[in-house]
Design a binder for this molecule. Structure first.
Ligand code: PMP
Length: 355
């Protein structure tokens, strides 16, 4: 292994690459990881010199707080390669800000900006072969922070590990999905951690989602914990409703994740003359619109799938099917997003970040 230092990062390069064994046409999301990973430890009250090493398992004390109290936050972002081989990211500043917002809520230290951006840049340069050109191809980046203190007392850790691992991805959720509107379970509450990308938020969704999946639904539309009336998120995506020609999405709150895709879709819709209404929307209103025929589309928006169109929803054992429409907002806006992300369209808002 060759070891050298780049700015402030200690680098140990992998001697071999796993890339030749990877079938890039048949990728299961999040199963395959690139040759390298980024690590930075927080010890003695300071972030230490970051490292890039070959991707490998790591050892950790069984008492590490992350295993017991779930003190962990993460991010999800993508890198793309254009036809000229240049690597781009999409609004990474937003992910950087969000991981620190999540960390603060979980009583974790803020991660330094220069380490975040230098780490990503170096990692992407080293694993650039793993980013394939072509619309829909991307490299999914998973930055995360875990509490590493070897002590099982229920209090914040003094030591942490920040890491970035990368996984090649193709667009997923290609077909439309059927969703169940939550009547009993909820993913977040007022004053809680719903707005944070806290690991436990996702663990808490698995059981209700698995019940829904057994009944043939791919995801749950989460409703507010008090009344189960307000429609808030779709699985791990923000959710949009098109009633007549207006696009409606719930306002961000401490129960809802401030999605980068959501924010971008709102802007792109407005840029294209689509009226966007950011306001609470209820199940009652949705069902009324579905019955009246004014409900045209529902879609989820998030980094992984960009936009995931929804074909039907169930509430109180009644199924409401959506019409199949031409030139849907979902298709139009997804295409516009992908074109910006892949450097195929003008980037009016300066969202692309060249690596
Ligand atoms: N809501 C939740 C709960 C999520 O986990 C995600 C994925 N990060 C989103 C919404 C979409 O956020 P983004 O567009 O930033 O990926």
């Amino acid at each position: 292994m060759t070891k050298h230092t780049s700015h402030e990062i200690d680098i140990v390069k992998s001697e071999t690459s796993k890339i030749d064994a990877v079938d890039f046409e048949n990728l299961t999301f999040g199963r395959i990881f690139t040759d390298h990973m980024f690590i930075c430890d927080f010890e003695n009250n300071a972030w230490q010199t970051p490292k890039i090493t070959p991707y490998q398992p790591m050892t950790m004390d069984p008492s590490a707080r992350v295993f017991h109290y779930g003190q962990a936050v993460f991010e999800g972002m993508k890198a793309y390669k254009d036809a000229d081989g240049k690597i781009w990211m999409f609004r990474p500043e937003d992910n950087y800000n969000r991981i620190n917002k999540s960390a603060a809520r979980l009583a974790m230290p803020e991660f330094p900006r220069e380490y975040f951006f230098e780490g990503i840049t170096k990692l992407l340069q080293m694993d650039s072969e793993w980013i394939k050109t072509g619309k829909g191809n991307s490299l999914y980046l998973r930055p995360f922070i875990i509490a590493t203190d070897p002590a099982i007392s229920a209090s914040p850790s003094e030591n942490y590990r920040f890491m970035i691992i990368c996984s090649p991805a193709k667009a997923y959720y290609t077909s439309k999905i059927k969703v169940l509107v939550a009547e009993k379970f909820s993913r977040s509450a007022n004053g809680g951690v719903g707005f944070a990308k806290a690991a436990g938020n996702y663990a808490a969704q698995f059981y209700p989602t698995s019940l829904a999946q057994k009944r043939g639904f791919q995801q749950i539309i989460w409703t507010d914990a008090d009344t189960h009336e307000k429609l808030e998120e779709a699985g791990t995506m923000n959710v949009f409703f098109r009633i007549n020609d207006t696009l409606i999405t719930a306002p961000i709150s401490d129960r809802i994740l401030d999605g980068v895709t959501r924010r971008s879709i709102i802007q792109l819709a407005q840029d294209n003359g689509i009226e966007v209404d950011v306001r609470p929307i209820t199940v009652t209103e949705l069902k009324k619109a579905a019955k009246a025929g004014s409900l045209k589309e529902i879609f989820g928006a998030g980094t992984a799938a960009v936009i995931s169109a929804i074909s039907a929803f169930e509430h109180l054992e009644e199924l409401y099917e959506l019409p199949n429409i031409e030139n849907s907002y979902a298709d139009t806006l997804k295409d516009k997003m992908l074109n910006i992300q892949h450097n195929l369209a003008e980037d009016k808002h300066g969202w692309r970040y060249g690596v």
